[in-house]
Design a protein around this ligand. Structure first.
Ligand code: 5GP
Ligand code: ZN
Length: 135
């Protein structure tokens, strides 16, 4: 646990939160600045700044928990879609440097647009990029 980290304090119960789920390793809380009704965050109780620092096992458990939470929230909130979002680094929009996975229920006319402007790319460029990553 990092004593300067707000999500460490929330995850470990030192700061109260609207908790949807808790076990030994995780807490799931409602986001204070929600994108939509029910926007929640999965927080591991251990402090890992981002995906790169997250142990593989915790990464796997996080996705299992996301699946469970998405099912429960969809049933209860009657949402019609669901986004999972996870930001790493300032540039990517991360503002709290304790790994978290956003659970964002989506509704008709919820007024949110989560996405990107697609670039144009050729097959040759895709081939080069592929080789850069895995070549
Ligand atoms: P990030 O931009 O790092 O991916 O997401 C951080 C999220 O944490 C934001 O959606 C923000 O609203 C939420 N947040 C920041 N501080 C608090 C807090 O003290 N309590 C809760 N419940 N959410 C917080
Ligand atoms: Zn932390």
């Amino acid at each position: 646990m990092d004593t300067n980290c707000i999500f460490c304090k929330i995850a470990n119960g030192e700061i109260p939160s609207k908790t949807l789920y808790e076990d030994e390793r995780f807490r799931v809380i409602l986001d204070l600045g929600p994108a939509t009704k029910g926007h929640a965050l999965i927080l591991p109780k251990g402090h890992y700044a981002n995906l790169y620092e997250l142990p593989e096992e915790v990464a796997g458990e996080t996705m299992k928990l996301a699946k469970k939470m998405a099912a429960k929230m969809t049933e209860r909130l009657k949402c019609e879609g669901f986004n999972l979002i996870q930001n790493n680094g300032d540039l990517a929009g991360q503002t709290v440097f304790h790994f978290h996975l956003h659970l964002i229920p989506r509704y008709q006319a919820d007024g949110q647009k989560i996405g990107w402007k697609p670039m144009e790319v050729t097959q040759e460029e895709l081939e080069e990029i592929k080789n850069e990553i895995v070549g």
